[in-house]
Design a protein around this ligand. Sequence first.
Ligand code: SAM
Length: 274
Amino acid sequence: MKGTLYIVATPIGNLEDITLRALRILKEVDLIAAEDTRQTLKLLNHYEISKPLISYHRHNEEVKSDILIEKLNKGENIALVSDAGTPGICDPGEEIIKKSIKEEIPVIPIPGACAMINALIGSGLDTKEFEFMGFLPLNKKTRKEKLLEIKNSNKTIIIYEAPHKMKNTLEDLNEILENRKIVLARELTKIHEEFIRKDLKELIEEIDNIKGEMILIIEGRTKLEKEENSLNKMSLEEHYKYYENLGLDKKEIIKKIAKDRNVSKNEIYMKFTK
Ligand code: SAM
């Protein structure tokens, strides 16, 4: 019989944030695959759990997942944990989960802490519809596209960001957003947990003094913005200019306009090449 892969969520700061079920699974499995074995050892020691550990991180995901699949196929039960929170959410996990499903190995997620969910529910922004964007890309072009997506989204957006890159991200957001509510959630579940609700300009001024792990939650496009800035209300030339001002090239602009107006790229292309 095949073993089971358990995807176990662990705390994002406060060690009490682990479920009874997660602790039982960690005690019962044959092996724990951990993003950083030293980090996981601290958690296991705290709960007096002694288990063999194997490292499973971004740089060895491909190779290690094959080794783990072999063990699972032989009947071993394995728990996958990351350094903090839910594995697979901006953390390693996807590779082994996909391979396990392919091999018909049972995959059981064990729920628990996930920083983006905590940030969202504490933000006070709309939770009915939201989009998690993870970390914004560093590549200039894809970053610009993501920023445009944020600008045009009606949903609440959640972004993870490393503290030393936060200022740059806030500045990029400030260039494209007008009057949006924004919440910076920091040090969730820890002593200095805080939800900072300020406008972007104020946040930029203060960010050098704000420390710790952080998440940004951004309000979706407001009603007013929707009415005033509706791209489809612009003439085709204004619509083109709008994207041109954002630095997009002709091919990208045509693709975007076609998507916004729900028409074929060819139709837009013809209009600009006559
Ligand atoms: N797998 C994790 C989860 O379930 O949320 C996320 C891991 S990701 C590599 C790390 C990012 O999550 C950080 O850069 C930060 O944006 C966010 N994060 C994690 N823990 C946090 C905390 N306690 N407070 C605020 N943000 C946190």
